[in-house]
Design a protein around this ligand. Sequence first.
Ligand SMILES: Nc1ncnc2c1ncn2[C@@H]1O[C@H](COP(=O)(O)OP(=O)(O)OP(=O)(O)O)[C@@H](O)[C@H]1O
Length: 337
Amino acid sequence: MNQPVLEISGLSVDYGYHDDAVHALRDVSLSLGRGEVLGLAGESGCGKSTLAYAATRLLPPPGLITGGEVLFHSRTGETLDLLRLPDDELRAARWDEIAIVFQGAMNSLNPVRRVGRQLTDVMAAHRPGVPMSVHKGRARELLGLVGIPADRMPAYPHQLSGGQRQRVMIAMALALDPQVVIMDEPTTALDVVTQRQIVERLIALRAELGFSVVFITHDVSLLIEMADRIAVMYAGRIVEDAPAAEIYAEPRHPYTRGLLGSFPPLRGPRRALSGIPGAPPDLASLPPGCAFAPRCPHAFARCEGERPELSGGRRLSACFLPADGPVAAVQGVAPVE
Ligand SMILES: Nc1ncnc2c1ncn2[C@@H]1O[C@H](COP(=O)(O)OP(=O)(O)OP(=O)(O)O)[C@@H](O)[C@H]1O
């Protein structure tokens, strides 16, 4: 991997206190390389958004970071400890260095302000000394980058389609030339064609501008196509972290395999979807062993009593099944292809 730009280690988050606490994130460590597209996958409720919010200190109450560290390495070689940074420095780092496009972001545009104005507002807030004419030029350029004609600058959000509004949000995220763009399900509310166009645009922009991306989605097929590396989350932990091509060719964790079997592949031969039986566990009272064991077709006695650690060097997985054989080799599982 390239030099890391973002390093998350041992991050834990609870919602609520004491016995009622929901342990939404537990001891999560993740590193994002410079220029890398990292996909974060997992079922709804596994903690993907919590990770994005916590890492950028945007966690709403009753969310509470109970441990861990998030380091950001700037272009200038400076290292920022995001969880301990004073509020004003943190505010400056957001947008400037790390930009976030949240779930349903297209609905967070101000309905009574022209989209061009909303773009220039962000730039003017962070670069107050720069003349407005420069911001306007940059706003036109940004709209062009995300595939919206610059003559849409005076449009109000309701005059744009959902896909266009989402592109405006991506343009806004790129406005200050950040190094990291975190996208939380940025395209799920859109039709598949628009979704595809936006993702392709994003990847082209990444190649052009060189930022890194954390792309959060439950659609692992989309990540196989676009991500360099994929981290799979289950019940508040990372259960597998590996290059996207290897996750596709040889998923090691049975949960990853279940996810792959739950979405139609975007390319290649059609195959029957298998889904994952059962439902994710209650995060307030997790079983003592592997959280996936109750749903796992390969669980054996050890999995019930002991929790597997994420291990394996470059190709991480948290599972007691032998690492030298793909999950597919275990009897009773049909290959993914
Ligand atoms: N305000 C809250 N109070 C209590 N529990 C919460 C709160 N917000 C989230 N949670 C719990 O934390 C867990 C992780 O939620 P999170 O939204 O991070 O998951 P996710 O993987 O991003 O899901 P989705 O894809 O649906 O957004 C869930 O079990 C959720 O019920």
